[in-house]
Design a protein around this ligand. Structure first.
Ligand code: PLP
Length: 499
């Protein structure tokens, strides 16, 4: 069904750009007004058959709105009119030729774009701070990664993005590369110079795809970094659910026609996702697009001001450091991300998270050995920011003797250092493998993905030779409660290596 629905954002649609419309949301309302008795999926039938507690927690309205897309939203047939119109509006808002709504997050968009752009054996220049989903896309396609390491700030050990010179040098060394795939902004909010990178790649006919999962808000405020599509790249995936007002899993894949064929992307988007799209998630993308197109500037004015206030007040608390563009020596930065370092308090980020979550009722986005990340979004208020700042003020008083003992453990340097490649991720993933004690795995070829989550950047990728520093990092992390996605042995006593 999805393939029928994911039709092109036609010129006719573009002529009808009116951002006050929300075709999918309106379609749900129409369906409910028509009072149809459904003999179709979903089986809970407008909530009637749902578990009582589920009904209570979600509310009747949410379950009633969980209707099918085809035969539900806006029409009684499967033309996909509402989805096509909604995607055309999104394409206009994100400055793309075509947009595709995604129900499985940016992950599905990374899979779909790579399946459209590269095939087995094709070389992909890719930043080593890639998210799990890009690595999975390499396994799915059989493409050969040429990893680039983001530059690191010498003292803060924070990734500073990929430079145009790095991309140019990689393309000189690998003139047969088919694709440049970058993560921008980084998990810490640092963008790469995408306009310069796109110009360099395009001069050689190479396609550029950007994982902009953390930057769906960029097009809507001048204080934020330039968006990927505005910078001229060919594809960019962005997670509407991460920092905008959509439901979890909502994302968009934006495409510029030319080096990549949008119709092929439509096909691969249909391959990468469910054939039973949730109208609720799609409507939430549609609604968030309307909200940002009409009110994004005002909402983000408020958000940027709240984030600046939070950053200033947190920075004034003894033992607390918060990243900013000046400290990193960069011009562009996502100000709405608060990357907080608690190293000087002598506690780990994990310990700080425990205290914040269970004693102060404050939930961070993530924590690692030295710090935590907090998102300030259009959903924040002066009161929520006060709560965050007050919690840190108390934590600081309680740990006033400080420490700084863990500075050497900051994660990113070890994580984003590309290991030596013995084989492609696909070859290693499908190779004969055996479990071996992690402590004795130095020099072996990893057969699996080992990914601290969040942020989801693989410490070990299939095909990479395992090194002592990565083993030490993983053991230290595991000892401090780092959650690992990927390994067959979640305790990481053993790891699967190529036999
Ligand atoms: C850089 C990056 N890309 C892609 C993703 C996947 O996004 P989603 O959770 O929307 O599938 C994430 C999720 O954390 C991410 O950090």
């Amino acid at each position: 069904m999805t393939e029928l629905l994911l039709e092109r954002n036609s010129d006719m649609d573009r002529e009808r750009i009116d951002h006050s419309r929300a075709p999918i949301l309106d379609g749900i309302t129409d369906y409910l007004h028509r009072g149809i008795v459904p003999f179709s999926t979903p089986g809970h039938k407008l909530g009637v058959g749902a578990d009582a507690e589920l009904r209570e927690v979600l509310g009747e309205a949410v379950l009633r709105a969980d209707i099918p897309l085809g035969g539900g939203v806006g029409d009684t047939h499967f033309s996909g009119e509402a989805l096509r119109a909604a995607e055309a509006l999104a394409a206009d808002a994100w400055n793309a030729d075509r947009s595709f709504f995604l129900l499985n997050g940016s992950s599905a968009g990374n899979h779909a774009f790579l399946l459209a752009a590269v095939g087995p054996g094709d070389k992909v220049i890719v930043s080593r701070d890639l998210h799990k989903s890009l690595l999975v896309a390499l396994i799915l396609t059989g493409a050969e990664p040429v990893y680039l390491s983001p530059r690191l700030h010498p003292e803060l050990n924070v990734g500073l993005g990929i430079t145009a010179d790095q991309v140019a040098a990689a393309l000189d060394r690998h003139p047969d590369a088919k694709l440049v795939a970058l993560v921008s902004p980084s998990y810490c909010g640092v963008p790469s110079d995408l306009a310069a990178i796109a110009a360099i790649a395009h001069a050689r006919g190479v396609t550029v795809h950007v994982d902009e999962a953390w930057g769906p808000h960029f097009p809507f405020h001048p204080a934020l970094p330039p968006s990927a599509m505005t910078s001229g790249v060919d594809g960019a995936v962005t997670s509407m659910h991460k920092v905008l007002g959509s439901l979890t899993q909502a994302a968009i894949l934006n495409v510029r026609a030319g080096l990549v064929d949008p119709d092929r992307v439509r096909t691969t988007v249909g391959m990468a996702q469910t054939t039973s799209p949730s109208a609720l998630i799609l409507a939430s993308i549609d609604a968030a697009r309307r909200q940002m197109a009409l009110h994004g500037r005002d909402l983000l004015d408020r958000t940027v001001a709240l984030a600046a206030d939070a950053r200033r007040r947190l920075q004034a608390i003894p033992g607390i450091a918060v990243l900013d563009a000046e400290e990193l020596g960069i011009a562009e930065f996502d100000l709405t991300k608060l990357v907080v370092d608690v190293d000087a308090l002598g506690i780990t980020g994990y310990e700080a998270e425990q205290a914040l979550r269970y004693r102060f009722g404050v939930g961070p986005e993530m924590s690692d050995l030295v710090g935590l990340v907090f998102l300030i979004t259009i959903g924040d208020t002066p009161e929520s920011v006060d709560r965050l700042v007050d919690a840190f003020a108390t934590l600081s008083r309680e740990h006033s003797r400080g420490g700084g003992r863990r500075a050497e453990l900051r994660s990113s340097g070890t994580v984003i250092a590309p290991g030596r490649q013995a084989m492609t991720p696909r070859e290693a993933f499908f190779a004969q493998a055996k479990a071996t004690p992690l402590a004795a795995a130095n020099g072996e070829v990893s057969a699996e993905l080992v990914i601290p989550y969040p942020p989801g950047i693989p410490v070990l990728a299939p095909g990479e030779i395992i090194t002592d520093d990565k083993i030490a990092y993983l053991r230290e992390g595991a000892a401090h409660g780092m959650y690992l996605s990927g390994p067959a042995d979640p305790t990481l006593a053993t790891i699967r290596v190529v036999a």
